[in-house]
Design a protein around this ligand. Structure first.
Ligand code: SF4
Length: 324
């Protein structure tokens, strides 16, 4: 079904490794934060990226935005390969892809009014006329449900939910087509979470936005995402439409994540306990990276990596229980 829809964002075998160096600058190890991730996002959809803290989902979002150089693989935005563009070459694409942060307070300058912060974005993107800048900023504030007087207020004068609205206003200011939402509601009260998700939903509908929505919270993902990718230790281990993933989770890791939350609209399955900590991406296990915590692990799981297989249209699983 998705094949007919316009691809907005694509990663092909994307890798992001970080070097660990000693005091003399000698490399002592490599953290494989994102390891061979391929995914495609279509116009107007929300792709939920879920996994425990430290699984690499935020690094994947930042790699896609090219906030740092990628190690290997490709990133395509609206049919353009942006994998290896220099900062100057990336500039026209920066407008098309934006980010909403988990904690808007730390991403807003406490010494600048909201208006000054928002205008800064337009200045960076070449808008020289002050009146036009102010009109556009006021329009963005209105769109996210804030009032004209908020323009002259400082970040500390806002509630958490209002600050996240400012963060959203900043992201939509330059009319992007793609936004990485990095845990945008996890710092907010539950009642405010729903308001912010509904706002994101309404903006998506109005502006045909495409979201990569990063969260560790399965309930939030179930509420907002059209499709879901489950990440574990830098790898995408399962991907499916949201309804399919929540009603028929196949990877033992997805089953464990789902069995740990109150399930909404899904059959409650036997609780699967995840034992042990998430291994360090500095020393990922050989073979299937989940084998150290998997209740079904066999000897073969420790020996060779498992490639994803398509079990039904659009439902991919990387687990030897479904063939290797
Ligand atoms: Fe568990 Fe083996 Fe499947 Fe990995 S490949 S999830 S260890 S059963």
């Amino acid at each position: 079904m998705n094949e007919d829809r316009q691809k907005i964002l694509e990663t092909k075998h994307l890798k992001k490794y970080f070097s660990i160096k000693d005091a003399l600058g000698k490399q002592t190890g490599v953290v494989k934060a994102v390891d061979d991730v391929s995914l495609t996002l279509h116009k107007g959809e929300t792709y939920g990226l879920v996994g425990e803290s430290g699984c690499g989902k935020s690094t994947l979002g930042r790699s896609i935005l090219r906030l740092f150089p990628i190690t290997e693989g490709e990133v395509w935005l609206e049919g353009n390969d942006i994998s290896n563009l220099s900062p100057g070459q990336l500039r026209p694409y920066r407008k098309k892809m934006q980010m909403i942060f988990q904690d808007p307070y730390t991403s807003l300058n406490p010494r600048k009014t909201v208006g000054e912060t928002l205008e800064e974005v337009l200045k960076i993107h070449g808008e020289k006329n002050r009146t036009v800048r102010e009109e556009k900023c006021q329009e963005a504030l209105r769109t996210v449900g804030l009032r004209p007087e908020h323009y002259n207020r400082f970040p500390h004068e806002f509630s958490g939910g209002q600050r996240q609205r400012v963060g959203i206003a900043r992201a939509i200011l330059v009319n992007p087509s793609f936004i990485v939402c990095d845990e945008p509601v996890s710092a907010l009260d539950v009642s405010i979470q729903a308001q912010i998700m509904n706002l994101l939903d309404a903006l998506q509908e109005e502006k045909q936005l495409t979201y990569l929505f990063v969260s560790h919270n399965m309930s939030v993902i179930n509420y907002i995402a059209d499709r879901v990718g489950v990440m574990y230790l830098g790898h995408l281990v399962e991907e499916a439409d949201t309804e399919e993933l929540f009603s028929n989770p196949c990877h033992p890791y997805t089953q464990a994540l789902l069995s740990a939350v109150l399930q909404i609209g899904a059959v409650r399955k036997e609780r699967i306990e995840l034992t042990g900590e998430l291994p360090s991406p500095l020393h990922p296990p050989a073979g299937c990276v989940f084998h150290t915590r998997c209740p079904y692990a066999e000897q073969k799981c420790k020996e060779k990596p498992v490639m994803p297989r398509e079990l039904s249209p659009g439902h991919f699983v990387a687990c030897s229980l479904y063939g290797s």
